[in-house]
Design a protein around this ligand. Sequence first.
Ligand code: MIC
Ligand code: SF4
Length: 639
Amino acid sequence: MGLNVTQKIIKAHLAEGKMKTGAPIAVRIDQTLTQDATGTMAYLQFEAMGVDRVKTDLSVSYVDHNMLQTGFENPDDHAFLQSIAARYGIYFSRPGNGICHQVHLERFGTPGTTLLGSDSHTPTGGGIGQLAMGAGGLDVALAMAGRPFFLKMPKVIGVKLTGCLQAFVSAKDVILEVLRLKTVKGGVGCVFEYFGPGVESLDVPSRSTITNMGAELGATTSVFPSDSVTRAFLKAQGRVDAWKKLVADKSATYDEVIEIDLSALEPMVAMPHMPDKVKKVSEVAGMKVQQVAIGSCTNSSYKDLMTVAAMLDGRTVAPTVSLGISPGSRQVLSMITASGGLSSMIKAGARILESGCGPCIGMGFAPPTGGVTVRSFNRNFEGRSATKSASVILASPETCAAASITGEMTDPRTLGIAPVVVKMPKKYNADDGLIIKPLPPEEALKVQIVRGPNIAPLARAARPGAEISGRVLIKTGDNITTDHIMPAGAKVLPLRSNLPKISEFVFEAVDPEFPKRAKEWGGGFVIGGENYGQGSSREHAALAPMFLGVKAVITKSFARIHLANLINFGILPLTFKDAGDYDRIDQGDELVLDISDIDRPKLEDKTKGLKISVIPQLASERDRELIKAGGALNLASGK
Ligand code: MIC
Ligand code: SF4
């Protein structure tokens, strides 16, 4: 039987297990990436593993999130990361060089390889046929130490593309359509593989927009084939040697197929506060907008920004709108400068922000109270913009540009602007001046690590006994994101290397009393609904609750990366056998969980006098060992 692209890459990297859907497998990792907000913790963990130099083909450390330097914390962390990179044979992409996913795609990603990144949008690399997955920092540290990555053999959903996109409809509208069809939990345990005649009409930046935002489906990753379009992109990046053809066999099959006719798509948006609240722009046309932000790892390529520049050319942003544009990389910024696009944006009144994550993660450019902000980003969770009362609408760069011109939601096709065609460059500006190459091993050994006062020592969980007891510290609803559990933004992100301090913000947006209560009650349990922990890869959403004494999380279902992070830090994840039992437990209840047989735990709610059936979410022997050891760090160091 023929293989699809996903199966081909997994087969070539299989280190353990059988390629049977849902079965535990391990894959060898060729490349890793980290960013600064997850990287400090990942490298502290890597250091603790006592390995002399990374064992991957290539590892890159990016600085793109914590860019507002309002105090010593962020610049100190940047210096720590730079010294770690020099010490352990890692490429270092300096602040100002751009967003990790955009730069990795431009300068490092290769078709047919595996990439593990400590950021949930690592699947951007799927746009050039790379199996690129997001994971917690600890899993990335283990990959740098030469260990394989453990996951469940994904179900492969084939997305058949036919037709081609109409003017002012773009890749963002394609992924919004997939989100409309599948929802934010529809991709858990799945890879979305794009195929069919419509694929060749999409250039690499468009493909990467689609695979990037596949993260919002909860998917393991998304992937496109590597074809002549991929070759042309890599050639223009001066990297044609990195290209290889990778397409599904003619007889390949998929576990499920969905079909999208690109020609039939219209401009779309995701309404507050979830990426799957998809509507047509025409349905919300006329809604007033106060802010527009164009950028992020989803939509800030040269093509995206030149499209925006052409739409803004000779026009001025509406007097009621503030427009911010953050180019995805220094390459993009230099190329829109050289081609005149930047000048059209500035003349139109755009505020040019630096190349980095910026407003996407609440690092500046917060919207006003109760404001409506239209963003070309991938997440619109409540409060993520740093203004809790704001409404974030996700849209394509074209729809964003239209709203900035008119001051209200506007279908870009109705503006009366001639269709914009941006030619893909024959040659990108391949200047790697802000990328520091790894040192030779003998020189690397002499490097001293720079550790500012913000870098606190690592914390570990204790090994659990035969019984876990405590109270229910909080009971949440469905689709709780890691932004709810461990908020980001300019105030909290600088504390990522300081666990005692960052723990003070756990569940801040949901229940600011949580950290105090967890300490007073001596830790305990968290109860959650469906898709608990969706969103980012931040392991702090497991690590900080662990620090506050959370020992087990019981939900209706979990998101993939967060589930792995909980296990990595020794927190036992369980689901209700009967989802209706969720309604019978309340905050404050006294629970006793007998785990003398970890596969058949017994839960009792002492307050209610109830016995409740729960299923441990441990897929493999390794998962069981991790929980018994109190987490991966204990297991790796034999403590
Ligand atoms: C995000 O988009 O939420 C982030 C910030 O990039 C996170 C990583 C983090 O929390 O540092 C992600 O997506 O994994
Ligand atoms: Fe950065 Fe936003 Fe992309 Fe996360 S989603 S990596 S914060 S640009």
